[in-house]
Design a protein around this ligand. Structure first.
Ligand SMILES: [Mg+2]
Length: 270
């Protein structure tokens, strides 16, 4: 549980020093052997902030969510319909914090409170359009997030200012003592039928993924392959998440340079 708990903190705890990287002619000749490593999240942070492919994947995810919603609207049901979304890297973009941390040579939790309270995160591409559509069709939107309770008002303000529907206390289920989300999903299921779950972390979908065992995460993903793209919609997040927690060699206590080296133990060469 504790591992999953780190989900938000994770990549955010991957922050740390930024390492200057001077490429010498001799380095190029020796196949980069002498080049110092840059921050472990540099490429993934650049990807999420710059790649058109990242945006395309987000649109793809919310287009699939829309198809799923339309299917559910046609089905007969007793309870009213709900759409359940995670917040960070699902509907709000926190990657500017990560970019600032790399540039500013600091790590989580330095300046995290400042970032949260700025309530300035932008909407993830396609998220606002989809949730507006869900509201239009009468589905209620619930935000199930592991943000801390102290950031409740800032989170509501951020969602509200970006135009997200149901941005209020009743629809915002933050972490309490536990970071696992199953109990919060069950609370929603008591009164609603969930049309679709949307998140960037497997723990956003089912408790079977709430494990620190990387093999189990992979195995459960294969077992549930027919659910992805239907009831479960996954957003890309290469910067942080449960997947990082279970990497061999991952240790948030290491400085970024040492961590880069340690993470090599997860590589599978030929
Ligand atoms: Mg998330």
């Amino acid at each position: 549980m504790k591992k999953i708990l780190l989900s938000i903190i994770l990549g955010l705890s991957l922050l740390g020093g930024s390492y200057s990287c001077k490429v010498q002619q001799s380095d190029l000749k020796s196949g980069y052997a002498n080049i110092q490593y840059v921050h472990p999240t540099l490429y993934s942070t650049l990807y999420q902030q710059n790649a058109a492919e990242y945006k395309a994947l987000c649109y793809q995810a919310f287009n699939l969510a829309s198809l799923q919603l339309q299917r559910e609207l046609k089905a007969t049901r007793i309870k009213p319909l709900a759409v359940v979304v995670d917040i960070d890297e699902t509907v709000l973009d926190n990657i500017p914090y990560q970019a600032a941390a790399i540039l500013g040579n600091f790590g989580y939790p330095v300046r995290w409170k400042e970032w949260m309270e700025s309530a300035s995160a932008e909407a993830i591409p396609g998220s606002l359009e989809f949730l507006t559509e869900a509201q239009k069709y009468g589905a209620e939107v619930f935000y199930v997030s592991n943000r801390k309770e102290e950031f409740r008002q800032a989170t509501i303000r951020n969602l509200h200012e970006k135009g997200f529907p149901n941005a209020d206390n009743e629809h915002l289920l933050l972490r309490t003592t536990a970071t696992e989300k199953e109990s919060r999903r069950q609370k929603i299921i008591e009164k609603y039928e969930i049309a679709v779950l949307i998140g960037d972390n497997l723990g956003d979908f089912n408790e079977v993924f709430e494990t620190s065992d990387s093999e189990q995460r992979l195995q459960k993903t294969v077992e549930n392959k027919s659910v992805f793209g239907y009831r479960w919609i996954v957003l890309p997040n290469a910067v942080y998440g449960g997947w990082v927690d279970v990497l061999p060699g991952y240790n948030p206590a290491l400085n970024p340079g040492t961590l880069s080296d340690s993470l090599k133990s997860g590589l599978k060469g030929f």
